[in-house]
Design a protein around this ligand. Structure first.
Ligand code: SF4
Length: 260
Protein backbone atom coordinates (compact mmCIF):
# COMPACT_ATOMS: atom_id res chain seq x y z
CA UNK A 1 0.00 0.00 0.00
CA UNK A 2 2.88 2.32 0.77
CA UNK A 3 4.23 1.64 -2.71
CA UNK A 4 0.84 2.29 -4.29
CA UNK A 5 0.25 5.58 -2.49
CA UNK A 6 3.77 6.83 -3.04
CA UNK A 7 4.53 5.70 -6.57
CA UNK A 8 1.19 5.39 -8.30
CA UNK A 9 -0.93 8.01 -6.57
CA UNK A 10 2.11 10.30 -6.16
CA UNK A 11 0.83 11.22 -2.73
CA UNK A 12 4.35 11.14 -1.33
CA UNK A 13 5.40 13.66 1.27
CA UNK A 14 8.16 16.09 0.24
CA UNK A 15 11.69 14.78 0.61
CA UNK A 16 12.52 14.65 4.29
CA UNK A 17 15.76 15.78 5.86
CA UNK A 18 16.58 12.07 6.32
CA UNK A 19 16.35 11.58 2.56
CA UNK A 20 18.50 14.68 2.02
CA UNK A 21 21.11 13.26 4.40
CA UNK A 22 21.09 9.98 2.48
CA UNK A 23 21.29 11.67 -0.92
CA UNK A 24 24.31 13.76 0.04
CA UNK A 25 26.16 10.72 1.39
CA UNK A 26 25.36 8.68 -1.74
CA UNK A 27 26.52 11.43 -4.10
CA UNK A 28 29.83 11.87 -2.26
CA UNK A 29 30.40 8.09 -2.13
CA UNK A 30 29.81 7.96 -5.89
CA UNK A 31 32.20 10.85 -6.55
CA UNK A 32 34.96 9.06 -4.62
CA UNK A 33 34.35 5.69 -6.31
CA UNK A 34 34.33 7.21 -9.78
CA UNK A 35 37.46 9.30 -9.11
CA UNK A 36 35.72 12.69 -9.39
CA UNK A 37 36.67 13.55 -5.80
CA UNK A 38 39.85 12.32 -4.10
CA UNK A 39 39.51 9.89 -1.20
CA UNK A 40 40.57 12.63 1.18
CA UNK A 41 38.55 13.52 4.26
CA UNK A 42 39.27 17.26 4.17
CA UNK A 43 38.08 17.47 0.54
CA UNK A 44 34.94 15.52 1.35
CA UNK A 45 34.16 17.70 4.35
CA UNK A 46 34.55 20.79 2.18
CA UNK A 47 32.06 19.30 -0.29
CA UNK A 48 29.74 18.52 2.61
CA UNK A 49 29.98 22.15 3.81
CA UNK A 50 29.15 23.47 0.36
CA UNK A 51 25.87 21.56 0.04
CA UNK A 52 24.69 21.16 3.62
CA UNK A 53 22.87 24.48 3.98
CA UNK A 54 20.64 23.51 1.04
CA UNK A 55 19.00 20.80 3.18
CA UNK A 56 15.87 21.67 5.13
CA UNK A 57 15.79 20.90 8.86
CA UNK A 58 13.14 21.79 11.42
CA UNK A 59 15.62 23.77 13.51
CA UNK A 60 19.21 25.05 13.30
CA UNK A 61 20.29 22.80 16.20
CA UNK A 62 18.99 19.77 14.28
CA UNK A 63 20.96 20.80 11.20
CA UNK A 64 24.16 21.09 13.29
CA UNK A 65 23.53 17.75 14.97
CA UNK A 66 22.90 15.99 11.68
CA UNK A 67 25.95 17.57 10.10
CA UNK A 68 28.07 16.01 12.83
CA UNK A 69 26.46 12.65 12.06
CA UNK A 70 27.15 13.18 8.34
CA UNK A 71 30.82 13.90 9.08
CA UNK A 72 31.09 10.71 11.14
CA UNK A 73 29.36 8.77 8.35
CA UNK A 74 31.78 10.16 5.75
CA UNK A 75 34.77 9.21 7.91
CA UNK A 76 33.40 5.68 8.20
CA UNK A 77 32.83 5.55 4.45
CA UNK A 78 36.41 6.62 3.69
CA UNK A 79 37.93 4.08 6.07
CA UNK A 80 35.76 1.37 4.53
CA UNK A 81 36.64 2.55 1.00
CA UNK A 82 40.41 2.37 1.49
CA UNK A 83 40.56 -0.74 3.68
CA UNK A 84 41.36 -4.21 2.40
CA UNK A 85 38.05 -5.91 1.82
CA UNK A 86 37.70 -9.69 1.71
CA UNK A 87 38.53 -11.66 -1.46
CA UNK A 88 40.64 -8.81 -2.92
CA UNK A 89 37.50 -6.92 -3.85
CA UNK A 90 37.82 -3.76 -5.91
CA UNK A 91 35.24 -1.38 -7.35
CA UNK A 92 34.26 -1.80 -11.00
CA UNK A 93 31.08 0.30 -11.00
CA UNK A 94 29.36 3.03 -9.01
CA UNK A 95 25.69 4.05 -9.20
CA UNK A 96 25.47 1.31 -11.81
CA UNK A 97 22.11 1.43 -13.64
CA UNK A 98 20.53 -1.87 -14.65
CA UNK A 99 17.40 -3.05 -16.39
CA UNK A 100 16.67 -6.78 -16.54
CA UNK A 101 13.56 -8.83 -17.10
CA UNK A 102 13.19 -12.00 -15.04
CA UNK A 103 10.77 -14.87 -15.32
CA UNK A 104 8.97 -15.44 -12.03
CA UNK A 105 6.06 -17.48 -10.71
CA UNK A 106 5.53 -21.22 -10.46
CA UNK A 107 5.60 -21.74 -14.21
CA UNK A 108 7.47 -18.56 -15.07
CA UNK A 109 4.16 -16.92 -15.91
CA UNK A 110 5.29 -13.43 -14.94
CA UNK A 111 7.89 -11.37 -16.78
CA UNK A 112 9.10 -8.99 -14.10
CA UNK A 113 11.13 -6.01 -15.23
CA UNK A 114 13.50 -4.66 -12.62
CA UNK A 115 15.16 -1.31 -13.12
CA UNK A 116 17.38 0.31 -10.61
CA UNK A 117 20.82 1.38 -9.66
CA UNK A 118 23.42 -0.44 -7.60
CA UNK A 119 25.37 1.88 -5.28
CA UNK A 120 28.56 -0.02 -5.99
CA UNK A 121 29.59 -3.17 -7.82
CA UNK A 122 32.92 -4.81 -6.97
CA UNK A 123 34.83 -7.70 -8.50
CA UNK A 124 36.45 -10.26 -6.21
CA UNK A 125 39.49 -12.49 -6.71
CA UNK A 126 37.31 -15.12 -8.40
CA UNK A 127 35.84 -12.60 -10.85
CA UNK A 128 32.46 -12.67 -9.12
CA UNK A 129 30.26 -9.57 -8.84
CA UNK A 130 29.67 -8.26 -5.36
CA UNK A 131 26.96 -5.63 -4.82
CA UNK A 132 27.25 -2.99 -2.11
CA UNK A 133 24.34 -0.90 -0.89
CA UNK A 134 25.04 2.11 1.34
CA UNK A 135 22.51 2.78 4.07
CA UNK A 136 22.22 5.96 6.10
CA UNK A 137 19.29 5.11 8.38
CA UNK A 138 19.33 4.74 12.15
CA UNK A 139 18.10 1.16 12.17
CA UNK A 140 19.36 -2.00 10.57
CA UNK A 141 17.95 -5.44 9.79
CA UNK A 142 18.72 -8.26 12.20
CA UNK A 143 21.35 -10.86 11.37
CA UNK A 144 18.61 -13.37 10.54
CA UNK A 145 16.82 -10.90 8.23
CA UNK A 146 19.98 -10.22 6.22
CA UNK A 147 20.14 -13.82 4.97
CA UNK A 148 16.87 -13.21 3.11
CA UNK A 149 17.01 -9.42 2.72
CA UNK A 150 14.85 -8.87 -0.40
CA UNK A 151 16.76 -5.93 -1.85
CA UNK A 152 20.12 -7.72 -1.66
CA UNK A 153 18.59 -10.97 -2.91
CA UNK A 154 17.07 -9.21 -5.93
CA UNK A 155 20.43 -7.55 -6.71
CA UNK A 156 22.10 -10.96 -6.68
CA UNK A 157 19.41 -12.46 -8.88
CA UNK A 158 19.73 -9.50 -11.25
CA UNK A 159 23.50 -10.10 -11.48
CA UNK A 160 22.77 -13.68 -12.44
CA UNK A 161 20.45 -12.41 -15.17
CA UNK A 162 23.03 -10.05 -16.67
CA UNK A 163 22.70 -6.79 -14.69
CA UNK A 164 26.48 -6.44 -14.26
CA UNK A 165 27.70 -7.88 -17.61
CA UNK A 166 28.65 -4.44 -18.91
CA UNK A 167 31.11 -4.01 -16.02
CA UNK A 168 32.81 -7.36 -16.70
CA UNK A 169 33.68 -6.91 -20.38
CA UNK A 170 30.38 -8.39 -21.52
CA UNK A 171 31.00 -11.68 -19.66
CA UNK A 172 28.37 -12.87 -17.19
CA UNK A 173 29.89 -12.85 -13.67
CA UNK A 174 28.40 -15.14 -11.03
CA UNK A 175 27.07 -13.28 -7.97
CA UNK A 176 29.65 -13.29 -5.17
CA UNK A 177 27.46 -11.89 -2.40
CA UNK A 178 26.01 -8.53 -1.45
CA UNK A 179 26.17 -6.31 1.59
CA UNK A 180 24.64 -3.35 3.35
CA UNK A 181 27.19 -0.82 4.57
CA UNK A 182 25.54 1.10 7.41
CA UNK A 183 27.33 4.45 7.33
CA UNK A 184 25.48 5.92 10.29
CA UNK A 185 26.06 2.91 12.53
CA UNK A 186 29.52 2.15 13.87
CA UNK A 187 30.79 -1.42 13.88
CA UNK A 188 31.07 -3.49 17.04
CA UNK A 189 34.44 -3.57 18.80
CA UNK A 190 35.05 -7.06 17.43
CA UNK A 191 34.40 -5.85 13.87
CA UNK A 192 36.75 -2.85 14.11
CA UNK A 193 34.92 -0.38 16.36
CA UNK A 194 32.88 2.77 15.87
CA UNK A 195 35.27 4.28 13.29
CA UNK A 196 34.15 1.65 10.76
CA UNK A 197 30.64 1.13 9.46
CA UNK A 198 28.52 -1.87 10.36
CA UNK A 199 28.66 -4.24 7.38
CA UNK A 200 25.91 -6.80 6.88
CA UNK A 201 26.74 -9.46 4.33
CA UNK A 202 24.42 -11.77 2.42
CA UNK A 203 26.07 -14.88 1.03
CA UNK A 204 25.80 -15.66 -2.70
CA UNK A 205 22.96 -18.01 -3.63
CA UNK A 206 24.08 -21.63 -3.77
CA UNK A 207 23.65 -22.71 -7.41
CA UNK A 208 22.82 -26.22 -6.15
CA UNK A 209 20.16 -24.98 -3.76
CA UNK A 210 17.17 -24.38 -5.99
CA UNK A 211 14.68 -23.53 -3.23
CA UNK A 212 16.99 -20.73 -2.10
CA UNK A 213 17.15 -19.05 -5.50
CA UNK A 214 13.46 -19.71 -6.10
CA UNK A 215 12.52 -17.83 -2.94
CA UNK A 216 13.51 -14.53 -4.51
CA UNK A 217 11.61 -15.30 -7.70
CA UNK A 218 8.56 -16.24 -5.61
CA UNK A 219 8.83 -12.92 -3.82
CA UNK A 220 8.90 -11.08 -7.15
CA UNK A 221 5.96 -13.12 -8.42
CA UNK A 222 3.96 -12.17 -5.32
CA UNK A 223 4.80 -8.49 -5.81
CA UNK A 224 3.94 -8.66 -9.53
CA UNK A 225 0.67 -10.47 -8.75
CA UNK A 226 -0.34 -7.77 -6.27
CA UNK A 227 0.31 -5.01 -8.77
CA UNK A 228 -1.59 -6.81 -11.53
CA UNK A 229 -4.55 -7.66 -9.29
CA UNK A 230 -4.48 -4.23 -7.68
CA UNK A 231 -4.43 -5.85 -4.25
CA UNK A 232 -2.79 -3.14 -2.22
CA UNK A 233 -3.53 -4.51 1.21
CA UNK A 234 -1.49 -2.96 3.98
CA UNK A 235 1.13 -5.22 5.46
CA UNK A 236 2.17 -3.85 8.83
CA UNK A 237 5.58 -4.29 10.37
CA UNK A 238 8.63 -2.38 11.55
CA UNK A 239 8.67 -0.54 8.17
CA UNK A 240 5.51 1.37 9.30
CA UNK A 241 7.67 3.47 11.62
CA UNK A 242 9.04 5.37 8.60
CA UNK A 243 5.89 5.40 6.45
CA UNK A 244 4.46 8.77 5.46
CA UNK A 245 0.98 7.27 4.99
CA UNK A 246 0.22 6.03 8.49
CA UNK A 247 -2.64 8.48 8.90
CA UNK A 248 -4.21 7.18 5.66
CA UNK A 249 -3.65 3.48 6.32
CA UNK A 250 -6.56 1.25 7.34
CA UNK A 251 -4.23 -1.10 9.19
CA UNK A 252 -3.09 1.62 11.57
CA UNK A 253 -5.07 3.05 14.47
CA UNK A 254 -4.34 6.59 13.15
CA UNK A 255 -5.87 5.74 9.78
CA UNK A 256 -9.01 3.90 10.88
CA UNK A 257 -11.30 6.93 10.79
CA UNK A 258 -10.17 7.96 7.30
CA UNK A 259 -11.34 4.67 5.83
CA UNK A 260 -14.53 4.41 7.90
S1 SF4 B 1 1.52 2.30 7.67
FE1 SF4 B 1 2.57 0.32 7.36
S2 SF4 B 1 1.02 -1.04 6.49
FE2 SF4 B 1 0.25 1.07 6.24
S3 SF4 B 1 0.92 1.70 4.19
FE3 SF4 B 1 2.50 2.38 5.62
S4 SF4 B 1 4.01 0.70 5.68
FE4 SF4 B 1 2.14 -0.14 4.72
Amino acid sequence: MQWFLGREVHADAPASSAQGFGNVLHVLADEVASGGTPADLSVLLERLDSVWDGLAFEAPWKSRQEKENARAALERFLRWHVMERGDARHAVGSEHPFDVTLRAGETGEYAVRIRGSMDRVESDALGRAYVVDFKTGRTKPSGAEIAEHPQLAVYQLAVREGAADGLFGGERPPPGGAELVQLRLGATRKAGGDALPTVQRQEPPDPQDLPESERTRALLATAAGRVLDERFTPNTGSHCAFCAFRSACSARPEGGQVVE
